[in-house]
Design a protein around this ligand. Structure first.
Ligand code: SAH
Ligand code: SF4
Length: 330
């Protein structure tokens, strides 16, 4: 299509797609009319159809998309501490096949892997429609799906997200969160991109962890910790561990002590996540005082621990609540 066109047309197109606010080819006024209409007839500008957007009372926004073949995908935009900046919580799969027992996406099962473009388009959707006061500058793979179960497409999305000629994010502002697949963690360490890694831990021992995260039966904690330590050395990066607190399941003082022992000596940060309930959830959240006590038990043992601020609960946009309407029948 562009074969007879001068080389700078590609640059104009690339700039318009990745850096400007155009939402279809007709808006790319740097291209001649004939080319714009030829592109419109032959290609989709965005790989996802936006179905609806919900806005939370705390400013969080959740978009529901459908892929061209009808798979549902949800993406969340959260205001961050830095004034004017937002974080986009990306989905890497429609649904998820990992079956974690405290996660609404896990209850949906896996529809399919998303392509690199479908992942990047979630980010671009929000950036194209952003205002000066609300500019996405960070991407976290914490939406639907397990990113390291879709390694090839996630890697291609990450490359586009950090490519200065494409989306152009600072690699440090891109975080991949995994349920803990050691092979994927090794692969990521070899990408040569200083992107951040978050590992979902949720228990300091294999027995409780396997009840929450079924893949823990295949990848016990010693294998996972080896992979994580290797990443810390190879990428020279601190790893973030995520730990969702479930009342009476993984939140005792003894478990805080075990967790501190497990993480001792690692270059890491622990992010405690208050459990977000959803229709049909089997667990209850740890009360606030219990969350603080757990955090303090870790800090007293020298672990850098913080509690994640929950956002977007009223629109089912918080961690683990994404289900694209499948559970609530919406
Ligand atoms: N599949 C990846 C990334 C998506 S989930 C992973 O599991 O890491 C992002 C984080 O939210 C994970 O740490 C996940 O365990 C956590 N999470 C899932 N369900 C949750 C819930 N209902 N409440 C709080 N956190 C939850
Ligand atoms: Fe999948 Fe992550 Fe949910 Fe587990 S917590 S089911 S890996 S999205």
């Amino acid at each position: 299509m562009l074969s007879g066109e001068p080389r700078y047309r590609i640059d104009q197109l690339q700039r318009a797609v990745y850096r400007e606010s155009a939402t279809d080819f007709e808006q790319i006024l740097t291209l001649p009319t004939s080319l714009r209409s030829a592109l419109t007839h032959r290609f989709r500008f965005e790989s996802l159809d936006s179905v609806r957007t919900e806005i939370s009372s705390d400013g969080t926004r959740k978009a529901l998309f459908r892929t061209a073949d009808g798979a549902p995908v949800e993406t969340v935009e959260m205001p961050t501490e830095r004034a004017g900046a937002t974080t986009i919580c990306l989905s890497s799969q429609a649904g998820c096949g990992m079956g974690c027992t405290f996660c609404a996406t896990g209850a949906m099962g896996l529809t399919r892997n998303l392509t690199g473009s479908e992942i990047v388009d979630q980010f671009l959707h929000f950036r194209r429609r952003s205002e000066a006061k609300r500019m996405p500058d960070r991407a976290v793979f914490m939406g639907m799906g397990e990113p390291l179960a879709n390694l090839r497409e996630v890697k291609s999305a990450v490359r586009l997200l950090v490519d200065p000629l494409a989306v152009g994010l600072s690699p440090r502002r891109v975080t991949v969160s995994t349920v803990g697949l050691p092979r994927g963690i090794h692969a990521m360490a070899g990408w040569g991109l200083p992107v951040s890694l978050a590992i979902s831990l949720h228990a300091p021992d294999d027995r409780v962890r396997a009840e929450l995260v079924p893949v823990a039966r295949r990848f016990p904690l010693d294998t996972l910790m080896d992979a994580s330590r290797r990443f810390q050395r190879q990428a020279r990066r601190r790893v973030t561990y995520e730990y969702t607190l479930l009342d009476g399941v993984n939140d005792s003082p003894a478990q805080a002590a075990d967790l501190a022992r497990l993480l001792r000596g690692q270059r890491c940060h622990l992010n405690l996540i208050p459990f977000n309930v959803y229709p049909g959830a089997r667990f209850r959240p740890t009360p606030r005082a219990g969350i603080r006590a757990f955090r303090d038990g870790l800090r007293a043992r020298g672990i850098r621990a913080t509690v994640r601020r929950t956002r977007g609960r009223d629109i089912s946009g918080a961690c683990g609540q994404l289900h694209a309407g499948a559970l609530a029948g919406r």
